[in-house]
Design a protein around this ligand. Structure first.
Ligand code: ATP
Ligand code: MG
Length: 450
């Protein structure tokens, strides 16, 4: 405790004087204004016209400086939400604890928040130091200080094209160093999710954690357990879809952050046999993200948990359970186990189940079976999933491609493809059949549930 106080005192001494942010010009930060959302610029302009301060802030500035395409644009201002909302035609105040304004332009939402104080004096924390309330408005300098990393505390003025930098964030960004603002241990205690964020940004920037930012993580990793499961899920999803998922997971492991976080991570990273499938899933996810495509969370988590489901499925079958009920049971038990720590939302979990349950059905194509598959709402995702299994060598790749072609075709060509099967000898997928037949027959009456 005393050392914490001393550390905080020293870090306060070392902090740059509040009067002196750097104002960094375009030649140094390199942001091309054409890559900035015109809606975000508009929000800043309107606020300025009404006499307020307004800057683009946070992840967007960071990403623009390193040449990545920002996911979204946030604006920070000294106007309160009540002052901001009436200035825009479509704007609503959201949030209970800390209100902010969503300014809506068609598909794009510009999240506009009022400068917030770190609230060192007023904040309420739990017994581990985790912040429970921090809803006090503040100055820009205070707003910068309550942010997590120096690279996330940059304010871009789209009118003057200057970046306001209180914590040497531009330099850190050029060096690709993730450095906590203030005393790292204290800030991790305030919000343990910052440990995951540190790892994610380092992976995303292809950079490193500053030694001081890294040092306390191993000791404090256990605090992750105090974070609400739904918030952990959101953060894990961000980590898995940052475009550098495998690097992030490796780094999590290196920092001791993976244990118990997602039980599957232990399996994924530690079992040589299990790696291939998950690695493939993550590589494909990374490629999609980097290509600017959407990633479906249910698909991703279905892939991450598949190995475990399959393993349990096989065990149950060996114990004499019928194939379909065994798969259902395996899926339920894996989901139950995984969701203790990580609240996989119900709608994702039900999509994951559907993707899994359709897998054994890809073994049958004849007659109505293929048409029935095409009618399933999650057919496309299940078919993509099948491709992954084929790439990992656990499903016949010719057959997987047949399903993919079926998915991509129009109904006339589909009919022709299915019709053509009738003339084929009935065994391009013979091994599967031979295994399945004797088991299916007795099961078909009471339990197959087709
Ligand atoms: P991305 O959206 O690319 O994941 P981001 O930096 O925009 O990254 P957000 O979660 O959108 O991350 O948060 C926006 C900004 O809010 C951050 O850049 C940071 O300044 C601040 N912030 C977010 N989470 C925290 C936190 N846990 N502690 C302190 N500041 C935070
Ligand atoms: Mg963001």
């Amino acid at each position: 405790m005393i050392t914490d106080t001393i550390k905080r005192f020293v870090s306060r001494l070392l902090r740059p004087a509040p009067s002196g942010p750097q104002r960094i010009g375009r030649e140094r930060h390199g942001i091309d204004r054409r890559n900035v959302s015109r809606h975000a610029i508009k929000v800043c302009e309107v606020l300025r016209q009404h006499g307020y301060d307004a800057y683009i802030v946070g992840g967007a500035v960071r990403d623009l400086i390193v040449g990545l395409e920002p996911k979204d644009f946030d604006v920070a201002t000294n106007a309160t939400p009540e002052q901001t909302r009436p200035l825009f035609r479509r704007a609503r105040i959201i949030g209970r604890r800390f209100q902010l304004v969503h300014v809506v332009f068609g598909q794009e939402i510009i999240e506009t928040s009022t400068y917030r104080a770190p609230a060192e004096a007023t904040q309420e924390t739990d017994e581990h130091g985790r912040i429970l309330r921090d809803n006090v408005f503040g100055t820009q300098e205070q707003d910068a200080r309550r942010r997590d990393f120096t690279i996330n505390a940059l304010y871009y003025d789209p009118l003057s094209e200057e970046v306001i930098d209180y914590h040497d964030g531009v330099q850190d960004l050029k060096n690709r160093v993730v450095r906590m603002i203030g005393d790292p241990a204290t800030r991790y205690r305030e919000d343990p999710v910052r440990m995951l964020r540190a790892v994610r940004f380092a992976a995303k920037l292809n950079g490193t954690l500053h030694p001081d930012t890294r040092a306390p993580i191993r000791e404090l990793a256990g605090l992750i357990n105090n974070v609400p499961a739904s918030r952990l899920f959101d953060e894990m999803l961000k980590l898995l879809t940052c475009g550098h998922a495998m690097d992030s997971l490796r780094q999590l492991r290196a920092e001791g952050l993976h244990q118990g976080l997602l039980p599957l991570l232990d399996v994924v990273l530690e079992q040589p046999g299990g790696e291939r499938f998950v690695e493939l899933a993550l590589e494909r996810t990374d490629a999609r993200v980097r290509g600017g495509k959407n990633v479906s969370p249910s698909f991703l988590f279905a892939a991450l948990l598949w190995q475990q489901v399959e393993h349990r499925w096989k065990q149950l079958c060996e114990q004499g359970e019928h194939s379909i009920p065994a798969l259902m049971q395996a899926a339920d038990s894996v989901l139950d186990e995984q969701t203790v720590k990580l609240a996989i939302q119900r709608r994702y979990a039900s999509d994951m189940r559907e993707i899994w349950f359709m897998q054994p059905r890809f073994e049958r194509r004849q007659g109505k079976a293929a048409w029935r598959m095409l009618e399933q709402p999650r057919f496309r995702a299940a078919c993509d999933f099948l491709q992954l299994r084929a790439a990992a060598g656990e499903f016949d790749s010719v057959l997987a491609q047949w399903w993919m072609d079926l998915a991509d075709n129009d109904d006339a060509s589909r009919a022709a493809m299915i019709e053509a099967l009738a003339h084929e000898p009935r065994d391009p997928d013979a091994p599967a059949r031979r295994r399945r037949r004797p088991r299916r027959r007795p099961a078909a009456r009471p339990a197959a549930g087709e």
